[in-house]
Design a protein around this ligand. Structure first.
Ligand code: NAD
Length: 490
């Protein structure tokens, strides 16, 4: 038996270039898109987007497949998702490699937070496909005696559009829940990371998911716009920036389509008095900087009680050296590249802007970044007014801000003082107090003392500009179900 090694896979990209439409592999007829490895700057593949006509075909195929898939037994739908999970498990090493080589995600992180986590969610969704959600409301006497039940019906054809930073699990969160609910799907990945999703198309075919039930198209904003405003699409599920999320809501509005929007964040990490700020420093920095800070829930606002600032910064100088920027295949590296040079320039402009706004770099890494690849050295910036752009806006790079506070009320006020509300963490010596504080935080997820990993049964989503609706768990499945009241006379 041969086993693949990191060395074999470091230049490997999936070989699939075709779209998946109505169960067939179809060459794209639209414009060309280059896939680039952001750690090497090399073009790894050229793929063709879908033409408008092909998007129409994909939607029509999903529409045709919908009645049979919606009527399929829960066991059939569950088995299809499990077959797909089996295939993903079989290919898990290569799935991780595909992600490393198109996103620049450090390998260990890709293995755990993308592939393993994604598959575990798919398994959970396969189980959730089996649930009967019908609710018996019992009798109602007035004006004539009746009885009612509430049923959940698949919503229809779902357009699923994903951001670039987690191409596998963002897709699974959407299509796994939609398929489990009995919906059919047209999946559109980010044009910056097309290869993993094109390969998924082949896995859908190999898993014998019926033709048309899940289609994969490719393209830029024009394709996304066409898909989200398509009259035969019933729902839109999008993960990406709040700016594009707002556009998508508008595009979907003409057809009054329901939307699920998983958007950006500017999440606070609050250190309350009494915690071991020095002991926590390393984990805190490793967490906000992971995936190069390209995480929607990156805890990139460090709200530290003023009594702890010196201790925290002192320990952080040492802790910061645990951050290593560079080759994502090097297992000691934890910060890979930015996705593209324009994004690196954007991140740098936030650093420059923060300094112009009166901020100062309080933590940085002295080691130079590699010459090739779109790398940025991580920094923490202090001394900024809370209105500064670097404090208020999502940077999506390895940049955090340090914000001291005087008391808990101020911490809560500052934590809630951005347009976002995706995640927050509270470090406290008193877990019960941290849990109670969650009620005052405008945030879709609140972790206490670091919380844990994403659970397949827990909802994820945001308040404010962080989104609309919830993904994952039962909440994620229900995004793709319509509620139906059935009433009869007794
Ligand atoms: P983006 O908003 O730039 O693009 C996302 C997708 O939208 C791409 O596939 C793009 O082609 C498509 N698109 C662009 N214009 C469109 C239009 N008019 N109509 C339809 N589709 C269109 O996002 P990104 O840079 O790929 O991803 C990063 C963002 O995603 C960050 O803001 C991050 O916080 C967010 N994100 C959120 C979550 C979450 O669960 N809340 C998870 C991961 C990433």
């Amino acid at each position: 038996m041969t086993t693949t090694t990191d060395t074999d896979l470091r230049h490997w990209v999936p070989g699939v270039r075709d779209l998946t439409i109505d169960g067939n592999a179809v060459p794209g007829a639209g414009s060309e898109i280059e896939a680039v490895n952001p750690a090497t700057e090399q073009v790894t593949a050229t793929v063709a987007a879908a033409s408008v006509a092909q998007v129409d075909e994909a939607v029509a195929a999903a529409r045709r497949a919908f009645p049979a898939w919606a009527a399929a037994s829960p066991a059939e739908r569950s088995a299809a998702l499990n077959r797909l999970a089996d295939l993903m498990e079989r290919h898990s090493e290569r799935l991780a490699a595909a992600i490393v080589n198109e996103v620049g995600t450090p390998i260990a992180f890709a293995e755990i937070m993308q592939v393993r986590l994604g598959i575990s969610h798919l398994r959970w969704q396969a189980e959730a496909a089996l649930h009967d959600r019908t609710v018996d409301l019992g009798e109602w006497p007035d004006p004539v005696p009746t009885r009612s039940e509430v049923a959940y019906r698949p919503a229809g054809v779902v357009a699923c559009i994903t951001g670039y930073n987690y191409p596998l699990n963002l897709a699974i969160f959407k299509f796994g829940a939609a398929l489990a609910a009995g919906c059919t799907v047209v999946l559109l990945p980010s044009p910056r990371t097309p290869l993993t999703t094109l390969w998924l198309g082949e896995l859908f075919r190999e898993a014998e998911i019926p033709a048309g039930v899940i289609n994969v198209v490719l393209g830029g904003p024009e394709v996304g716009q066409h898909l989200t405003s398509h009259p035969l699409v019933d729902r839109v599920s999008f993960t990406g920036s709040d700016a594009i999320g707002a556009k998508i809501m508008k595009q979907a509005a003409a057809g009054l389509k329901g939307v699920t929007l998983e958007l950006g964040g500017k999440s606070p990490n609050i250190l309350l008095p009494g915690v071991d700020a020095a002991g926590l420093a390393k984990d805190i920095h490793l967490r906000w900087a992971r995936n190069g800070g390209q995480g929607c829930a990156a805890l990139a606002r460090l709200l530290v009680h003023e009594s702890l600032v010196d201790e925290f910064l002192g320990a952080s100088k040492e802790a910061f050296t645990a951050l290593k920027v560079g080759d994502p295949w090097d297992r000691s590296v934890n910060i890979g590249p930015m996705i593209r040079p324009d994004h690196r320039a954007r991140v740098q402009s936030y650093i420059d802007g923060a300094l112009a706004d009166g901020g100062e770099i309080v933590l940085s890494l002295d080691t130079p970044v590699p010459d090739r690849g779109y790398f940025v050295n991580p920094v923490v910036i202090g001394g900024l007014p809370h209105s500064a752009r670097a404090v208020q806006e999502e940077i999506f790079g390895p940049v955090a801000v340090l914000v001291p506070f005087a008391d808990e009320d101020e911490a809560v006020r500052l934590a809630n003082d951005t347009a976002y509300g995706l995640a927050a963490n509270v470090f406290t010596p008193d877990v019960a107090h941290g849990r109670a504080l969650a009620a005052r935080l405008r945030s879709g997820t609140v972790w206490v003392n670091g919380g844990g990993n994403m659970r397949p049964d827990a909802p994820f989503g945001g308040f404010g500009r962080s989104g609309v609706g919830r993904e994952i768990g039962e909440w994620g499945i229900r995004e793709y179900l319509e509620v139906q009241h059935v009433q009869w006379r007794v």
